[in-house]
Design a protein around this ligand. Structure first.
Ligand SMILES: Nc1ncnc2c1ncn2[C@@H]1O[C@H](COP(=O)(O)OP(=O)(O)OP(=O)(O)O)[C@@H](O)[C@H]1O
Ligand SMILES: [Mg+2]
Length: 230
């Protein structure tokens, strides 16, 4: 589903370029549940943003579901992103003046889903993550854990095949974090491919596959469950 060939990302820092991601090869199959770990500044978010088509590599090839992405115009990249990918950020990125319901509605509106089809889809996804009761609350009226679950609802309401989560439990206490992880695990059991950046070794240990980045290089790739049984 995901294939990176020598994908590289550089940032210009002052006069000299800084390589945030060294040329990297990575393959992820449909249905995998993968943790990306590594110290702060090792390139985890850089890698996830490239995979999520939020950013472009400076070199190398990235194929998503068999489609080469490097020559796509912005419009086509956005369309591919909307169709395939849900993205969950550490800091939720919800719209403060909109209710939970309306935040989850945004991707459906962007995709041009008619109003009468939107409501049942939003209600189903809010019910699934246990937030039906607070659908009319705004982010300021919800806890961190609830907000993160709203963010996940927004990421999955279009039914993406790929869910990318950057430190989804980073701002949460243990109980709220556990609820978020259970939600991600359930989505993966139902067939969604899930890639999660995490600092938390316990969370990483629950993933079937773990890759570890140090200084922009993958230094460890635990055997994938999919491949070890294939
Ligand atoms: N827009 C940018 N401009 C310049 N340098 C950047 C930019 N974004 C990231 N970097 C640098 O690239 C490196 C990798 O950053 P990245 O955000 O991928 O790390 P990370 O592993 O996600 O760290 P953390 O665990 O703290 O989130 C860091 O050294 C960072 O300072
Ligand atoms: Mg990061």
């Amino acid at each position: 589903m995901i294939r990176l060939d020598a994908v590289e990302k550089r940032y210009q820092l002052g006069a000299r370029p800084f390589t945030a991601l060294q040329p990297t090869d990575l393959e992820v199959s449909a249905g995998e549940y993968l943790a990306i770990t590594g110290p702060s500044g090792s390139g985890k978010s850089t890698l996830l943003n490239l995979i999520g088509l939020l950013d472009r590599p400076d070199a190398g090839q990235y194929c998503l579901d068999g489609q080469a992405t490097e020559n796509l115009q912005e419009e086509a990249r956005a369309a591919l992103r909307r169709r395939y990918i849900g993205f969950v950020f550490q800091a939720f990125h919800l719209v403060a003046r909109l209710s939970a319901f309306e935040n989850v509605e945004l991707p459906l509106m962007l995709a041009g889903v008619p109003r009468r089809e939107r409501r049942p889809r939003i209600e189903a996804v809010l019910a699934r993550i246990g937030l039906s009761e607070v659908a009319e609350h705004r982010p300021g009226q919800l806890s961190g854990g609830q907000n993160q679950r709203v963010a996940i609802a927004r990421a999955i309401v279009m039914n993406p095949r790929l869910l990318l989560a950057d430190e989804p439990t980073g701002n949460l206490d243990q109980a709220a974090g556990a609820a978020v992880v259970e939600l991600l695990e359930g989505l993966n059991r139902d067939g969604m491919t899930v890639l999660m950046v995490t600092h938390n070794p316990e969370l990483a240990a629950r993933c079937r596959r773990r890759i570890r980045l140090v200084d922009g290089c993958i230094v460890e790739d635990s055997p994938s469950w999919d491949r070890s049984t294939a």
